[in-house]
Design a protein around this ligand. Structure first.
Ligand code: NAI
Length: 458
């Protein structure tokens, strides 16, 4: 028996979790549930959305199934999901978008596994106002974070006998950040010669998804594109009500439905437990309990195919009636002992990091100024190479006819290697000239190759 943490959550959470407990018991799934609290109940009892005992339970059991939790608006409480995701370093989010019988959509035969990097990208939450009129959010993509999510995608593809992994990105524009994600993808793909690998620009991918979704098998994406594309995929197969998900970490995994706590229907027996049951199915697959996963998935499909549906899907069944119908459709004609013993500990090789000679050659200095500034063209070892406004080059050459905001990026570059002290002198000189700098980025070159910036228009 495996002990799994069960967080019932808020709103409809307890009702739909009860459904999972009943179906798993009827299917004789070898799991014992250990209840822990999170969400409003936890805030009321412990003043904390995720109490230490809940973290301890997940860490001890390494697996959790979580019902939806309400995020209080205002009041300074952080989202329970973000707290759990960051606190346990759950680096990959996994969602399945699979056509279900009797759920009418425009497409049949959709079966897409979406794996999204879950921690980095613009979700690192590093945002600043640079001037009163210019806000910035840093998009952080790391070799290690990308490696973890992408390797997980290939491991899942292999485990679930899927054929193809597609990397979705925008590396034509975000040449360095998405470029790194794509570079890591190609590196990892080369190790999995049994799985086809390709890549697609995110906008084209969205268009293809709503015209020929059956061409996709596994998608792997950076965080922001993953967030949007996975909801799009949920829509393709019938909406959030049938969308399961999981958050995978190096040591723990937390599975949950994509939908929220639905306070409008809580306690009325109207909630559809399909998404959380499918999240449970995903958890069983993760554990290697493929047979039990198939048994429950088939019972769910049969129930829907017989037209037994909850109100949100156009039916009349209550949560309890739907659950009982799923239980009556459980048939143990599956190979239920097809268990992968390696279960939870998906092993990772030591993460590859590049340790190369990294030379400082210059700095992008962001200056707050109304109208084109006139900074010195040469300071110490540096030459002013270019200035841009909102990414468009405004100097040298003719000033383009664009809307200028009050922030200019001034690129100071030296052919020879410089030191940080040189950059400090550069900033001192700009300050002495009355120029208000607000942000500084160092420009490096590695192995004779510029790695600092490839912004458009340069
Ligand atoms: P929601 O997903 O809870 O509800 C949206 C609509 O879908 C409502 O009309 C609801 O009745 C319906 N619905 C959702 N799940 C259903 C189900 N299983 N069966 C039948 N109908 C269902 O989204 P909403 O209202 O924006 O959020 C409510 C609360 O949930 C908020 O506090 C939000 O922060 C939280 N939330 C929590 C999530 C999580 O814990 N994973 C995810 C999304 C939202």
């Amino acid at each position: 028996m495996t002990i799994v943490t069960l967080i019932e959550g808020d709103g409809i959470g307890p009702e739909i979790c009860e459904s999972v407990v009943a179906v798993f018991a009827a299917a004789n799934v070898p799991i014992v549930w250990e209840k822990a609290v999170a969400g409003l109940v936890a805030i009321e009892q412990f003043g904390n959305g995720v109490p230490p005992d809940t973290f301890a339970s997940i860490k001890r059991n390494k697996l959790a199934l979580k019902g939806p939790t309400t995020t209080p608006i205002g009041g300074g409480h952080k989202s329970v999901n973000v707290t759990i995701r960051k606190g346990l370093e759950l680096y990959a989010n996994v969602r399945l978008a699979k056509s279900m019988p009797a759920i009418e959509t425009r497409f049949d035969g959709v079966n897409i596994l979406i794996i999204r990097e879950n921690v980095e990208d613009t979700y690192a939450g590093i945002e600043h106002f640079q001037t009163p009129n210019v806000a910035q959010c840093l998009k952080i993509i790391t070799r290690q974070g990308s490696m973890a999510a992408i390797r997980y995608a290939f491991e899942e593809a292999r485990k679930l006998e899927r054929k193809k992994v597609t990397c979705v990105h925008k590396a034509n524009i975000h040449k360095i950040t998405d470029g790194l994600f794509l570079e890591v993808f190609r590196q990892v793909a080369a190790e999995y010669t049994d799985i086809e690998a390709n890549d697609m620009i995110v906008d084209n991918c969205c268009m293809q998804l709503v015209s020929r979704p059956e061409q996709f098998d596994v998608l792997v994406l950076p965080n922001l594109y993953g967030d949007i594309v996975s909801d799009l995929c949920a829509g393709i197969v019938g909406g959030l009500g049938v969308a399961p998900g999981g958050n995978i970490g190096r040591t723990c995994a937390v599975f949950e439905a994509v939908h929220g706590s639905a306070p409008d229907i809580a306690g009325k027996g109207l909630a559809n437990p399909t998404a959380i049951l499918l999240s449970g199915v995903q958890m069983l697959q993760y554990m290697g309990h493929v047979g039990y996963a198939e048994m429950i998935q088939d019972a769910l499909s049969a129930t829907l195919a017989f037209g037994i549906k909850t109100r949100d899907l156009g039916g009349t069944a209550s949560t309890e009636e739907f659950t009982n119908a799923v239980i009556s459709n459980l048939h143990s004609n599956h190979t239920i002992f097809k268990v992968n013993p390696e279960v939870v500990a998906t092993t990772f090789r030591a993460l590859d990091v590049i340790d190369e000679v990294w030379q400082l050659h210059g700095s992008d200095v962001f200056i707050e100024h109304r109208g084109l500034p006139l900074p010195p063209e040469s300071i110490g070892p540096f030459t002013l190479k270019m200035m841009s406004n909102r990414g468009t080059k405004v100097w040298p050459g003719e000033l383009p006819d664009i809307l200028l905001v009050d922030q200019f990026r001034c690129r100071y570059y030296s052919q020879t290697e410089v030191q940080r002290e040189d950059v400090l002198s550069l900033l001192s000189e700009l300050t002495a000239q009355g120029l208000r700098w607000s942000h500084v980025e160092l420009l490096h070159e590695a192995a004779g190759q510029a790695r600092y910036s490839k912004a458009q228009g340069e």
